[in-house]
Design a protein around this ligand. Structure first.
Ligand code: URA
Ligand code: URA
Length: 291
């Protein structure tokens, strides 16, 4: 499946309109029909976004920057099993108990967070950056921690990675206002370093409370920090991406972090495959709800 060039070309043609739209949104101008990364990378390198990436390098380091080798991250966490992998539309009935729907509102949670000083990240931040978006969203995105722009504006994903995220959401046929977007940590780590295990463990319960309040149908975890703070997986994002996972009865799709896509635009193609699965799942559940 997929290895026969004829099948592959037919499949690509079948999807070409939406694929082209996505790539256009993301600044990739031509599509390589042979799936070779070099060809995709070459087309992406010609795109305006590729230029943006190099200009970003001159200024603030991109957020994907400081990642330790995957095995070194979370090394102190106990050995974990890879969560069972659902095929696309199986497992609609969750095996584990649902995240109990909470009666809290997001405002309750944010007032509890307050002007938080529960971890050392408070010392370097300008403000707490809470989850932002539609409290009734069917789809949630989770990243790592605020960067400089988020710290200044008080909203998640408003800098360069955030602008790319907005285009990805729009390529899925949605608007940013339809979804809800948060991070594992709410205060900007100094120099945009990755939050420590302890910092993540202190902040993450607030995200879990928000998830319980919103009850999204799908959570897209972007990058290793989000992946490993929601799921007990040992593998990194490169291995797990594209495969639906389960977080206490809520479907999770792991994919690359948009800051990583700014650094390596050739990975946008795989990210789009992941996001299409999310879009198709949401379409399928909307259809069955209206029947
Ligand atoms: N990167 C993140 O992980 N979160 C943001 O809010 C912005 C950039
Ligand atoms: N490492 C990450 O944390 N995120 C990515 O998207 C890719 C590598």
């Amino acid at each position: 499946m997929g290895t026969n060039p004829k099948d592959e070309i037919l499949a690509l043609l079948g999807e070409s309109a939406e694929h082209a739209r996505y790539l256009g949104e993301l600044g990739v101008e031509t599509v390589a029909l042979t799936t070779e990364r070099t060809a995709v990378a070459a087309t992406a390198a010609l795109s305006p976004l590729a230029n943006d990436t190099s200009s970003e390098r001159k200024g603030n380091p991109p957020l994907g920057r400081q990642l330790a080798p995957e095995s070194a991250l979370f090394a102190r966490e106990p050995p974990a099993q890879l969560a069972s992998q659902d095929s696309l539309f199986t497992g609609l009935a969750p095996a584990k108990p649902l995240f109990a729907r909470s009666t809290e509102t997001l405002e309750n949670i944010w007032s509890d967070i307050g002007d938080c000083t529960r971890c050392g990240l408070c010392e370097g931040r300008t403000q707490v950056v809470n989850t932002h978006g539609n409290p009734k969203a069917r789809l949630m995105f989770v990243g790592e921690a605020p960067g400089a722009d988020e710290d200044a504006q008080g909203k998640p994903f408003v800098g360069r990675a955030g602008q790319l995220l907005t285009r990805m959401i729009e390529a899925m046929g949605m608007k940013r206002e339809d979804v809800i977007i948060g991070n594992v940590n709410r205060c900007r780590p100094p120099g945009n370093r990755q939050p420590t295990l302890e910092e993540a463990a202190i902040c993450r319960p607030f995200l879990f409370r928000e998830i319980a309040a919103v009850q999204p149908e799908i959570i897209v975890v972007m990058g290793n920090t989000a992946l490993r703070n929601l799921l007990e997986v040992r593998e990194g994002i490169t291995r797990v991406r594209g495969q639906f996972q389960d977080f206490r009865g809520i479907k999770v799709m792991p994919t690359f972090h948009p800051a990583y896509l700014l650094r390596d635009p050739s990975k946008k193609r795989e990210t789009w495959e992941d996001l299409k699965k999310v879009r198709d799942y949401l379409d399928s559940t909307a259809r069955s709800a209206s029947q």
